[in-house]
Design a protein around this ligand. Sequence first.
Ligand code: PXP
Length: 256
Amino acid sequence: MGGAGGSIVRRVATLGVNIDHVATVRQARYREMQGHPNAEPDPVEAALAAVRGGALGITAHLREDRRHIQDRDIFELKERVGVKLNLEMGISEDIVGVALRVRPEDVCLVPENRQEVTTEGGLDVAGQLEALKRVVAVLRGAGARVSLFVDPDGGQLEAAAETGAEFVELHTGAYANAFAEARAVELKKLMGGAECALALGLRVNAGHGLNYKNTQAVLALPGLEELNIGHSIVSRAVAVGMEQAVREMCAILARG
Ligand code: PXP
């Protein structure tokens, strides 16, 4: 972007920290003892530490099977963590109902498959266009900024623009899991996806599988506004604490 006097103004992508993995550890021990006084670790405490480390957003995925984040986590995150909440969710009636009560600042719609370890692919937007249009309208009506988690695919991006969503979150998983030449190919797809999204009037976020080694290259995506990163930050936090783990990732984003 050209600034006054020919200087270049570079926008730094912001970091949203996904804290699902903290809840995964808690549920591994306390799934059958919801609300037990010993239940730990607390995703809300983790989110507060992430904010102290520089996170400008907290992301949490309320899955239909409630395997990690619970409804009360979402309400507490909204109430106690002073940065924007990005609620990741599928489009079932139950979950949309929770979203309407929580009123998160951001919602990211994702596909959900009960057997998957984590979100596997982007949304098939084109294949469920009418359902997505309805949910996007309801959520936007409640004041949320809505993004759709999509692969960098022209057809899906065009469909995303038709839903009325303001953002897409480009799925970086294929890039993150590829190495050498294959990774360069995936990065090129992400670049093309970001350009296509911008041309369609969509705003661009990205995430999935990003870590301390592969994030820097993604910062070159045109128009990139926010990265959502979870697993790698929570893993690093085991060694250095959440605040420091987030500070280190923020430093990567700031270097661009
Ligand atoms: N963005 C979306 C839409 C996701 O589903 C996830 C995983 O929950 C992430 C970002 C974060 O991925 P990771 O935990 O691999 O950093």
